[in-house]
Design a protein around this ligand. Structure first.
Ligand SMILES: NC(=O)c1ccc[n+]([C@@H]2O[C@H](COP(=O)([O-])OP(=O)(O)OC[C@H]3O[C@@H](n4cnc5c(N)ncnc54)[C@H](O)[C@@H]3O)[C@@H](O)[C@H]2O)c1
Ligand SMILES: [Zn+2]
Ligand SMILES: [Zn+2]
Length: 361
């Protein structure tokens, strides 16, 4: 029988989020209902609330989550009730032209639940990134549930469901950071610090964190940045060149979503280096670059969807590294909060007071 749970909804652009009763249908074929245990507050949730993603209000927010499978629909074999899972927002289809070419991590036709969750009056909700996890339970496609070692706490595991995975993957999967590389990360929030951690894991020897907030830069150092630059007080391009023998970094990562910062990342990169865009721009933004430099500098300008991760490969592996003490995920959890505290968590994020507020249910 359909169940009703309390969940956090963005009803209209720019309005504070509210708690609403949400009707969750029983899982249909290929679907699962997951009891959410923890869900991090990601900047993308705030982008939704601000109208930066689309106008399909109301949005059921929260998408960086871990929990336990509660029920599965007909034909579901990959997960079963009781499994501890991280929810992923790119459930691979296995059949699109990208999957068929052996590139499932950039699947062009990822799956979400076929049924809609609704408000009590029947209004259909748009689940953020096809998840909607600021609630006691949610309905997803079974492929969105990735089983991981249940010894990891849900607060930590959930982080891999979005921001931290996107950051780690932007460095390792998209940027191809390797041993001895130099990396500059612009924006040291949850995503950017993920890139710093990923660069360290991959063996980068110079890791430069750039932000406009000194507190964020301190945290970036704790995660493994070898140098930091406050781009309000110093020219980040000149400083990155200085720190890399006058050349620029092998890989530069934009983890904010601002054209002016993308331009800095473009200019701070060595010849034949790679620029990775993992920050999400809003639909009105445009960029202008000197065309001759796009050619003359060579290398690659890449975008990173979800860190180009393959959840079935990357989530269990990163949880194992965490449990072995080789990947510091605990440090990303600035605070644990209740479902009613998401609006305040957005303000803390805007004021730069937190890396991740994690809702615990
Ligand atoms: N590509 C993906 O799959 C993916 C996944 C998750 C999040 N994101 C996006 O990544 C971005 C970052 O998310 P987050 O959760 O880390 O956000 P956040 O708010 O935690 O971090 C953003 C950081 O950027 C810094 N910053 C802001 N303006 C700056 C400037 N002009 N120069 C330098 N630093 C500046 C802030 O001080 C903050 O530390 C967002 O756009 C989010 O939507 C993308
Ligand atoms: Zn596919
Ligand atoms: Zn996110």
């Amino acid at each position: 029988m359909a169940r009703t749970v309390q969940g956090v909804v963005s009803m209209a652009v720019g309005e504070p989020v509210t708690m609403e009763n949400i009707v969750i249908p029983d899982p249909g074929p290929g679907e699962a209902v997951v009891a959410i245990q923890a869900c991090g507050v990601c900047h993308t949730d705030l982008h939704y609330r601000e109208g930066g993603i689309s106008n399909d209000y109301p949005f059921f927010l929260g998408h960086e989550a871990a929990g336990v499978v509660d029920a599965v629909g007909p034909g579901v074999t990959e997960v079963a009730p009781g499994d501890f899972v991280i929810l992923n927002w790119r459930a691979v289809c296995g059949q699109c032209r990208s999957c068929l070419k052996g590139r499932p991590n950039i699947c062009f036709s990822t799956h979400n639940a076929a049924q809609k969750m609704t408000l009590e009056d029947g209004t259909e909700l748009s689940a953020a990134l096809g998840i909607g996890a600021f609630a006691e339970a949610t309905l997803v496609a079974a492929g969105q549930c990735t089983k991981v070692n249940p010894e990891a706490s849900p607060e930590v595991a959930g982080l891999l469901g979005c921001g931290v995975m996107a950051g780690i993957g932007a460095a390792i999967n998209t940027g191809g950071v390797g041993r001895g590389d130099s990396v500059a990360v612009f924006g040291c929030g949850g995503v950017g610090d993920g890139s710093i951690v990923g660069s360290k894991l991959a063996g980068a020897t110079t890791i430069i964190g750039v932000d406009i907030d000194d507190r964020k830069l301190e945290w970036a150092q704790e995660f493994g940045a070898t140098h930091t630059i406050n781009s309000r007080s110093e020219d980040p391009v000149a400083k990155i060149k200085e720190l890399t023998g006058g050349n620029g970094a092998d890989v530069t990562i934009e983890a904010i979503g601002l054209p002016e910062v993308y331009r800095q990342a473009f200019e701070a990169r060595d010849l034949a280096g790679t620029v990775v865009l993992v920050g999400v721009p809003n639909p009105t933004m445009t960029i202008e670059l000197p065309f001759i430099e796009v050619f003359g500098r060579g290398g690659a300008l890449k975008s990173s969807w979800y860190g180009d991760c393959l959840p079935s490969r990357d989530f269990p592996m990163l949880i194992d590294l965490y449990l072995q003490g080789r990947l510091d995920l605990d440090r990303f959890v600035s605070e644990t909060i209740g479902l009613g505290d998401v609006e305040e968590a957005f303000h803390k994020m805007e004021r730069g007071e937190v890396l991740r507020s994690v809702v615990v249910i």
